[in-house]
Design a protein around this ligand. Sequence first.
Ligand SMILES: Nc1ncnc2c1ncn2[C@@H]1O[C@H](COP(=O)(O)OP(=O)(O)OP(=O)(O)O)[C@@H](O)[C@H]1O
Length: 325
Amino acid sequence: MGSRPGVVVGAVVVVALPEVLRTVQEYRGLIFALLLIVIILVRPQGVWPARFRPLTLPDLAPEPERRTAEGRLLEITGLSRRFGGVTAVEDLDLTLDAGEVISVIGPNGAGKTTAFNCITGMIVPSTGTVAVNGHDVAGRAPHRVAAAGLARTFQNIRLFDDMTVAENVLIGRFARDRGLLRRLGARDLEAVRRCLDFVGLSDAATRSASALSYGERRRLEIARALAADPAVILLDEPAAGANPTEKQALMGLIAQIRALGIAVVLIEHDVALVMSVSDRVTVLEYGRTIAAGPPADIQEDQRVIAAYLGVPDDPETDLVAEVLG
Ligand SMILES: Nc1ncnc2c1ncn2[C@@H]1O[C@H](COP(=O)(O)OP(=O)(O)OP(=O)(O)O)[C@@H](O)[C@H]1O
């Protein structure tokens, strides 16, 4: 998608430069190499400023989304991951049906991120099975897991800051197929429009992702994940750094996502939020599941209370103590 003048200038340079350097024949290769290094260091984005056509999104009447899948969407059995002598996750079982929200909580270092990374293919589990939408994906590469119907957001927001909001969402459309080998179609643009509407970012479509507020960036990550039409979505600490208003909006968004029939797995330190949005909660400590069940049972569970209260002077512990009463 480079600009036409840029291509012409590049062609002239490639054809003319050898002629110009004819007099210094033996140093030609060296001069070329030096030029290349200088360009890579000084203008990694290219010598000629590229101009991209902004995406034109269609105006769509809001319509209720279809349920993307039904039944058992995520089934994890006996998942373990060891790092040398450390067992980060041990024998984790998790099942999730369409439209359910399940949260994985636990003190720092409990194994939540490692579990997420095993499920999404970022790291290979030592043992265990992971089935997404009926497809066995344990140990598969992240793009294969995505193709089975799993999308995720990241604890540390990972957006393409030099792209627009709409372009960031569009990338999500290519997560499930052969990526850039596929041509952009009208359905992709419609999906981008719907996802932006869904998270309330339609008006920001042409803005740079870097210009968004923190809460908006979190919502953009969710829109990008939804653009892949996932059966299961994993949200990694979506409320981290959010203010109370943003947390309230996030709870509404999670409820909307589940209404689409998408299964949601949440890692979250905000225990109050977890207790209010989850159907079930799994609590990890030192990689092991110490409790699993509906929020009301978890709140009463003595092992959970002890696991959190066993960490003095930890702000998370104080919050959990408050929520668990
Ligand atoms: N790549 C790794 N190599 C060695 N040990 C690791 C690695 N990744 C995680 N661990 C260890 O595994 C354990 C679980 O870590 P993990 O990051 O999964 O916990 P967590 O519950 O996500 O913590 P947090 O809430 O702080 O993000 C910790 O003891 C950690 O030190």
